[in-house]
Design a protein around this ligand. Sequence first.
Ligand code: ATR
Length: 283
Amino acid sequence: MTSRVAVIGWPVNHSRSPLIHTYWLDRYGIDASYGALAIEPDKAPDWFGTFAKQGLVGANVTIPHKQVAFDACHTLDERASRLGAVNTLWLEAGALRGTSTDGAGFMAHLVATAPQWRQHAHAAAALVLGAGGAARAIVEALAEAGVETIIIANRTAERAHQIATHFAEYHPQHTFKPVDLATAGDFLPTVGLLVNTTSMGMAGHPALDLDLATLPEKATVYDIVYTPLETPLLADARALGLVPVDGLGMLLHQAAPAFERWFGILPEVTDELRQMVIDDLNR
Ligand code: ATR
């Protein structure tokens, strides 16, 4: 019988995960299907709670279900436990297991696109804009990668404080500094890496109001927004001779370890796949 995997969200029709995973299934000749299922938020606890009966061998989870899916898991790895959210589910002997590949995807794309980020004179400090679920996965990935000081700038200061306090418990040797988004510019001269995890700069949203001119030379600017592929932030970074890293790679690289989990092959993020997703986004 053909194994079924799907991405679960609400809404879910914007998701490019079916496109990505179907490309890999074809490429590696695996007899499986990858679809998309829209599950209403009020039905989600029950749906994830009875996952073994849904006819799927695994799933990706997207907005707004990452925490509900976390709650339904019987066993979690350490990363998922720290984040309180999962984006990848699978069954093991009938038990639901979950992890998050968002942080690994973020880091894999950074290493692939801007490997020199670690050698930067200010690589010991990074500035993360935003304090939502994506920011959590990224702050965790940066701490794991050894970034000593992580400044978290958010419009709602309280959320930045929550993340900082949460991760300080797990990484006592690191410094997590919560600041107001309006003051983010003050910290630019001290960091080798700037990451935008807010929705600002996304098509239909206002751009960030941040002058990148005070970032150190050759600093890396990573925007996880990928619609448009070159956000105003990345365009500014390019114009200033900084190193821009777009958000599409994170989407592709977070998918790869999930695919490996279900099908046993770590698939390659190829230029052809990237172009296919870009063409689809432009459609
Ligand atoms: P995700 O889980 O994808 O990270 P989220 O939890 O909705 O999504 O987080 C979105 C982030 O974008 C938050 O940091 C949010 O700031 P608040 O915590 O203050 O809401 C930020 N954000 C969204 N719109 C914004 C805006 N117009 N100005 C500043 N920050 C904004």
